[in-house]
Design a binder for this molecule. Sequence first.
Ligand code: DC
Length: 226
Amino acid sequence: MQIPDIIIAIDGYSSTGKSSFAKIIANEFSFLYLDSGALYRCVTLFAIENGFIDDDCNIDVPGLEKAIEDLDIHFGEGGTYIGDRCVEKEIRSLAVAGKVSPIATVPEVRSFVDRKLREFGKNKRIVMDGRDIGTTVFPNAELKLFMTAEPMIRAERRAAEMRAKGQDVDINDVLKNLQERDYIDSHRETSPLTQAADAIVLDNSYMTMEDQMVWLKKIIAERFGC
Ligand code: DC
């Protein structure tokens, strides 16, 4: 299937499979995949390692804002990099997951990340996933999806993913973390997680990846006549 040069924006709750689906879409249509959450996770890792956030999630906003000004975050071989250090594993840890939503509430952090995302996405044929891609980062994206699934199903998927990477996790901790993140993400003042008016909802609780691709191709065929 040949599709036009568009931006596909995927938003939704934590652990709804946004990035897995986005990667498959990118592969299927030869699009570039961009993971916006990875940027928030990198800023969080940087803040933890450099003492800009404490155990109670108090954030030194002026210090962090200044320090990230020239932070070089990019995607390369094996995932996400800060400078020449691959941080893919560290940014997926529960330590980072536990602090990323508070960090993502900081308007100065959001404007830093938004700038980077728009730079990454200046050429079309991209699929980007996150929480505010269709509402704030690319409000003119030609196709917007909003993904959701039942919380326990999401927790089970995330726990399986973490266990496969060798992390020892308790399903209740994972469920608690994702519910907390959903709450903070949906209630923050700057660019909260909300469904864009023109987004199409995808509840994949009982759908396989193949089901989702069939669903998407039908929508694309209807909308873009291809
Ligand atoms: O998609 P993820 O789980 O890797 O995202 C990590 C956190 O980053 C998520 O809890 C909220 C934040 N985030 C955001 O606020 N806006 C985005 N566009 C992407 C992620």
